[in-house]
Design a protein around this ligand. Structure first.
Ligand code: C2E
Ligand code: CA
Ligand code: CA
Ligand code: CA
Length: 279
């Protein structure tokens, strides 16, 4: 870090363009991001292709940094996890999301679900169940409308802890789904024990549909696995009509992806609702 001629730390030091400095700067600024109103929730619709309705939204964070511009969650979520700030961010996101869901419910969209990505560190948060309970009460949201997504690799890494954690969330009637399914190494015996609600097939599998036969077999197998375990199943990363046809042929009806909509801001999400879920 250089000093400028007034002996002040130079904010636009070109070194900031380098990965180490960029990370240090993001680490520093993340603590202020909520207060400065730089974080925003985006919503990606999950379509029930049988009824042609939006069944719910996945919440995806965006950070609009005052100087740098848009920063991807792929970059700042790992920093938030390392620094522990993810707890604060998670609390804030859950409150914002439930507040928004409450508004939509009051407009008549009663069956909508909202799902939040929840990192491993957040599942170890001391007051997690209490926090969820009090936010659900505050915004008058039925617990079945809230879903937490956990990635498959994290789940299997700490399986004993999650067996218990998921049981407690189920007692509250909150749903839990496995994200990026197929990219970790699930043990089938655990899958049956875990009492999960939903599997989300990772988008890499959907995007390789009809490119190689082995990949198609994996997708078919995951769909029938879910069916046998009585879990619902969502396909992520649906971009083409051919993806939809394949999934329908194998009886997978919940889908999410750019074919329907990319993640959008609150206002645009509401336009999507007006369009898809006419009342
Ligand atoms: P994810 O949970 O797997 O989210 C799906 C990602 O795929 C999103 O990227 C979404 O924009 C993108 N996507 C959706 N449909 C398509 C499609 O049809 N094609 C392609 N190519 N991509 C599609 P995004 O928003 O950049 O988020 C990246 C990751 O960051 C998420 O992956 C999630 O793991 C993490 N993340 C985002 N928000 C949060 C959050 O609030 N908390 C936590 N813990 N993690 C978050
Ligand atoms: Ca997710
Ligand atoms: Ca995913
Ligand atoms: Ca992911």
């Amino acid at each position: 870090i250089g000093l400028n001629k007034n002996k002040k730390v130079c904010l636009f030091n070109p070194l900031y363009g380098q990965p180490f400095y960029r990370k240090a700067m993001l680490e520093r600024d993340l603590y202020q991001a909520i207060k400065k109103n730089e974080l925003e929730l985006y919503y990606q619709p999950i379509i029930d292709t049988k009824s042609c309705n939006i069944a719910g939204f996945e919440v995806l964070l965006r950070w609009k940094h005052k100087n740098i511009g848009m920063i991807s969650p792929e970059e700042f979520i790992p920093i938030a996890e390392e620094t522990g700030f993810i707890i604060e961010i998670g609390r804030w996101s859950m409150e914002e999301a439930l507040k928004q869901l409450c508004i939509w419910r009051n407009k008549g969209y009663k069956n909508l679900k909202i799902s939040l990505n929840w990192s491993i560190r957040q599942f170890f948060q001391q007051d997690l169940l209490k926090m969820i309970n009090s936010l659900l009460n505050k915004y008058n949201i039925p617990p079945e409308c809230l879903e937490l997504e956990i990635t498959e690799s994290h789940l299997m890494y700490n399986i004993d802890y999650f067996l218990n954690m998921i049981k407690e969330l189920k007692e509250l009637s909150v749903n839990v789904s496995i994200d990026d399914f197929g990219t970790g190494y699930s043990s089938l015996s655990y899958l049956t024990k875990l009492k999960l609600d939903k599997i989300k097939i990772d988008r890499s599998f959907i995007q390789n549909l009809d490119r190689d036969e082995e990949n198609n077999v994996v997708v078919k197998t995951v769909i029938s696995l879910a069916k046998n375990l009585q879990l619902s199943i969502i396909a992520e990363g649906v971009e083409k009509q051919e993806h939809i046809s394949f999934l329908h042929r194998h009886q997978c009806y919940y889908m999410q992806g750019y074919y329907f909509s990319k993640p959008v801001c609150r206002k645009e999400a509401e336009h999507l609702l007006e369009h898809w879920n006419k009342q």
